[in-house]
Design a protein around this ligand. Sequence first.
Ligand code: RP5
Length: 163
Amino acid sequence: MTGLAFVAIIVGSRSDLEVVQKAADLLTTLDVANELRVISAHRAPDLLDAYVSDAIQRGAKVFICAAGLAAHLPGVVASKTTLPVIGLPMPGNLAGGLDALLSIVQMPKAVPVATVGVGQAENAALLAAQMLGLSDDAIARAVADHRAAARKQIEDDPTNRPA
Ligand code: RP5
């Protein structure tokens, strides 16, 4: 039974939560339903499989998957669904997270992962909201308002005014 459309956020470890919580918080601010789970693709592959199937059944429309090191979680989830998967590389580790970025972005043909910058949790949330906004006007408006606020913040900065 499919319910309310929501964004399923999965992280590989509790150590990812501090960064990824920002994605969940922004989605909630935009009034986008979301849920967050900690399920490692390497340490709990069967549980990950069961969660992805269950989330899709309940109405997940986009996945945000965050991982560091050999960051296979987004690719593994993408292998199980044709719903869009957004990969969020975790900072730290080798070269500030370059290991995770390359692990996530370098997917083989036929199984893409839409990858955002290292630690860019808010962009992952916005991209997910933009996807849901394709079929939900309220979410599309919330994204547009967020973008307008970012523009206004720069335009209203007195140090940016022409002399
Ligand atoms: C990945 O390995 C996680 O996504 C995390 O970023 C990294 C380290 O995990 P822990 O060893 O801190 O649990 O699976």
